[in-house]
Ligand binder design. Sequence first.
Ligand code: G4P
Length: 529
Amino acid sequence: MTNQKEIEKRRTFGIIAHPDAGKTTLTEKLLLFGGAIQTAGAVKSNKIKKTATSDFMEIEKQRGISVATSVMAFDYRNKHINILDTPGHKDFAEDTYRTLTAVDSVILVIDNASGVESQTEKLMEVCRMRNTPVIIFINKMDRYGKDAFDVLDEIEQKLDINVRPLAWPIGMGDEFKGVYNMYKHELSLFDGNKTNISEELIKFSDLTDPQLDEIIGEKAAGELRDEVELVDGVYDPFNQEDYLSGKVAPVFFGSAVNNFGVRELLEAFVEISPSPRGRDTDEGFIEPENSKFSGFVFKIHANLDPNHRDRIAFLRIVSGKFERNTFYKHVRNSKKMKFANPTSFMAQDKSIVDEAYPGDVIGLYDSSNFKIGDTLTEGKDFNFVGIPSFSPEFFQELRNDDPMKSKQLEKGIRQLMDEGVAQMFIQEPGSRKIVGTVGQLQFEVILYRLLHEYGAKCSFTPLNYHKACWITSDKPAEIEKFTRAKVGSIAKDKDENLVFLAETSFLLEMAERDYPEITFHKTSEFKVK
Ligand code: G4P
């Protein structure tokens, strides 16, 4: 066993949330606790929020920020923690989905007043696909919101996961008094004006202790006792195995902006969250302890500055030890590559790394060698699997407005697709280029980048498709029959997989009903076996 100590030290996770729930604030507080930053305000939100969709300078600025905050590392209690940032804007949701393939666990932030929102449901679906362990932080307890039991019910119903509160709030809004940590049997009192990060904890192994009434008042103490009893009666005791297999999500309450409840969350996180896990490949499962280096690219960030056309490929290390200036195999290209400037990120700082271990994410400067999903190995050839494409929600036909620039367009669009900006489908038969995205903003980004980076002038014509579903069947004749019947609605993705472009949800349901031998996949994950 090599690198065992380094592996056990690492915790790689992502914070996910519906925009405005408090992801940026929580990230910043975690970095403050970890000493990675000294002042609040150092982490910029990567939201593209107060922006008109056509304001590209703003998008570029925001993209720049999101490179800097792509990975934020800090040390806490002898653990090396990597936070992988996920874009908040819903139009970049696919970027978030892919980042979730590179984490070992997730902290989900929910706004106590808003409860479970649409984006949260989608993000959780992706977590469930690979049984990612999830800890839930219910934020903004300093405001009036939903009753704690109601929020938990809503989470269980809408997110289809069992919960187990490990902390319990005492009141909310102006009456928010603090949180009782049921895991550690400690009371932590809220001071709305708190500006420092030290929290005084009072040990309370027995809630019947009359001292509790003195500290938080008789009424609040009575309520807390009743509610904790109810929690213990309603929810099964916390079981770490169930959390690690994604069956139950422990829940904490707090107020990130007031630094409240964040330490409890972090303490529990370092104690219960998983160390780096292995990943599936087309040649079987690779354990992190495997002595040979391997890793995969889950994100590519283009530098939009025309003077610096390089890109950064973000690589998650799965096994072995990555070393600078050492040759590794780029499996898809069958090419040996070495890296002089592999980069690690730390809040706003970047630095060159000489070595990195499973769980770490490094940035590799790249001139169009990488595609999302690419594997680097030392030794045996294999490919990591399970970086899915998701069924896009918006479709437009890409037209070339300058036939003299066809080559530039081909190159540009290929590179943008490699980066995962959008997905392209080629209509079958024919050669219509249909671009599918998860948000409208991407179309503008694509046109802008094709023009400014590749000199290709194009336009989009909106198409009325509802969903693109990958189709597979054990019976090739069924597929043939289907594609004949649906001429005009069939296309191929970048890997030549057949895709059905359904115009409405009704037509999709009809197709599913009429062709029971065909499976209609909403993500390309079906390729994972
Ligand atoms: P996001 O990254 O999930 O989109 O959310 P972000 O942290 O940017 O937080 C969204 C807003 O919610 C921010 O206010 C932030 O200050 C506020 N917030 C975060 N945590 C808490 C909390 O515990 N209690 C309360 N009351 N508010 C909280 P903003 O006005 O949009 O931005 P700002 O001007 O304060 O930065």
